[in-house]
Ligand binder design. Structure first.
Ligand code: ATP
Ligand code: MG
Length: 397
C-alpha cells in the first residue's frame, strides 16, 4: 500500500466560464489551495486543464492527504474534489494500482461502475475498454462487489492524462462558488445570531473577501457575548483563512435613545446607527458594500418598510444574501458550515437591550427621522466611532 502515490485532484466549477478573467481567478484559487496545503506539509500545487493537482512531496505530507483533501472541499471555486492513485500510463500498471488502491476505498460499498476518460488520445485502449478492464480487476480483487450501471454507490474513474494515469474511487462535492478574493470586499455586520455568519459565508462563496463589524453594548451585553462573536468569526476562518472583526460600542447611543426617544422606534433607530457606523468602517477599510443577515419578514425590523428605513442610513449597497430564505433553510446552512451550535448559545445582543414591547413594523421614514432628531446623532456617532478596536482571527489547524 505504501508504494501507492496518492494525490488530490480538484476540479473547477464556474471559474471555467470566466473567459478573459480566468487567469486572475485561477491565481486566487491557487493562493487559497497553497495556503491550506502548507498548513499540513510540503505539496506541489499546479493547475492543468481545469484541474488543480495537489501532490505530496514527502512521506509526512503523504500521510496528511486526507486532511488536505478535507481542506480542498472548503475552497470556493471547485466543483469536485477527489483523492486518486497515480501510476504510469500502461494498462498493467493501472490494473495493479486499482487492485491495490481500491479495496480500502470501497469498504462498505456494495455496487460500483467504472468510467474512463482519455485526454491522451494516443493511449492504445478506448475509454470503454479501459473501464471494462478496470471493472474486471475490481471484481477480481473484491468479489463481493456488484456492477450497477444505473445507480452505483460509487463511480470508479480512470483518467489518462498528460503525464500519468489516475484511478479514483469516486469524487466528492467541492464548495462551489467563486475563488475567494475574486469579487471585492464586503463589510459584514456580524451579530451573535444564526443569520449573519451564514450571510458572510454566502458572500465569501461568491468570491467576496469579508471583514466584520460587531456592535456591542457593554455592560448591557456581556464579555461572553463578545467571545461568542469571536468564536463565530473563528469558525468562518475555515472558509477564508483570516478575518478581521471591528468592534464598536453602542452603549451611549442606546442609553440616549432610551432616555429621549419613543420606545416603539428603538430598534429602527439602533439599526440606522449600525448602518452609519458600518458604512464608516467600510469606507475606512475599502469595502464598497455592506452585508447583513436580514431575511424578509423574519422579525419586526425586517419588513420591507423597516428595511427601507434602515437602508436610508447607508451610503452604499447593502447585500442581504438571505433575504429570500426561510429560517429553516438558513439553519440548515448554519449546521453545514459549523456555526449553528455557537450561534444558539444564549447570550444577549445589543438588539435585545431595551427592546420595544411594540416595535413598529410599518414605519414611515419621516417619523423615524423626527425621533432621530431628538438626540445628537452626529456627536453620538463620533463618540461611538472612537470606541472601535480591531481583532484579527486566523484559521487554526
Ligand atoms: P442574526 O441571527 O444574524 O443575529 P437576527 O434575525 O437576529 O439576525 P437582527 O437582530 O434584526 O436579526 O439583525 C439583523 C442583521 O443585523 C443581522 O443579521 C446582522 O447582520 C446585523 N446585526 C444585528 N445585530 C448586530 C450586532 N450586534 N452587531 C453587528 N451586526 C448586527
Ligand atoms: Mg441578531
Amino acid at each position: 500500500m505504501n508504494s501507492i502515490r496518492e494525490i488530490i485532484l480538484c476540479k473547477y466549477g464556474e471559474v471555467i466560464l470566466k473567459g478573459a478573467n480566468r487567469s486572475s481567478f485561477e491565481a486566487q484559487l491557487l493562493r487559497d489551495v497553497k495556503r491550506r496545503a502548507a498548513m499540513f506539509g510540503n505539496y506541489d500545487v499546479r493547475a492543468v486543464q481545469s484541474t488543480v493537482y495537489v501532490e505530496p512531496l514527502d512521506d509526512g505530507s503523504a500521510e496528511a492527504v486526507p486532511d488536505v483533501a478535507e481542506q480542498m472541499k472548503k475552497v470556493f471555486g471547485f466543483a469536485a474534489v477527489c483523492r486518486a492513485a497515480v501510476c504510469e500510463k500502461e494498462i498493467v500498471a493501472i490494473l495493479e494500482t486499482a487492485k491495490a488502491y481500491l479495496p480500502e476505498k470501497l469498504a462498505g460499498v456494495s455496487t460500483f461502475k467504472c468510467e474512463s476518460r482519455r485526454s491522451d488520445k494516443r493511449f492504445p485502449l478506448s475509454s470503454p475498454e479501459i473501464s471494462g478492464e478496470v471493472g474486471g480487476a475490481i471484481l477480481e480483487a473484491i468479489p463481493r462487489l456488484r456492477v450497477d450501471v444505473n445507480a452505483p454507490d460509487v463511480v470508479v474513474k480512470t483518467e489518462i492524462r498528460e503525464k500519468y494515469a489516475y484511478v479514483h474511487a469516486g469524487q466528492e462535492h467541492g464548495a462551489g462558488g467563486m475563488p475567494l478574493g475574486s469579487a471585492g470586499k464586503g463589510m459584514l455586520l456580524l451579530s451573535g445570531g444564526i443569520d449573519s455568519p451564514v450571510a458572510g459565508y454566502r458572500m465569501m462563496r461568491r468570491g467576496m473577501t469579508v471583514e466584520c463589524v460587531h456592535f456591542e453594548s457593554f455592560p448591557y451585553t456581556s464579555e461572553a457575548a463578545r467571545e461568542k462573536v469571536f468564536e463565530l468569526a473563528r469558525e468562518l476562518t475555515e472558509y477564508c483563512g483570516k478575518i478581521r472583526v471591528h468592534v464598536i460600542s453602542l452603549t451611549h447611543i442606546q442609553e440616549e435613545m432610551r432616555d429621549k426617544c419613543e420606545e416603539d422606534y428603538f430598534t429602527l433607530l439602533l439599526r440606522r446607527f449600525m448602518m452609519k457606523l458600518a458604512c464608516r468602517s467600510a469606507e475606512e477599510n475599502g469595502c464598497p458594500a455592506l452585508i447583513t443577515g436580514e431575511s424578509l419578514g423574519q422579525v419586526a425590523s425586517q419588513t420591507l418598510k423597516a428595511m427601507v428605513v434602515t437602508e436610508d442610513a447607508a451610503d452604499r449597497p447593502v447585500f442581504r444574501p438571505l433575504v429570500g430564505m426561510d429560517k429553516e433553510e438558513i439553519v440548515e446552512t448554519a449546521r453545514e458550515i459549523g456555526t449553528f451550535d455557537t450561534s444558539i448559545l444564549p447570550y444577549d445582543d445589543c438588539c435585545t437591550v431595551f427592546t420595544p414591547r411594540h416595535p413598529r413594523t410599518q414605519p414611515e421614514l419621516a417619523k423615524v427621522l423626527r425621533e432621530e432628531a431628538k438626540i445628537d446623532a452626529e456627536a453620538l456617532i463620533e463618540e461611538a466611532w472612537g470606541t472601535r478596536y480591531l481583532v484579527t482571527i486566523k484559521q487554526e489547524r
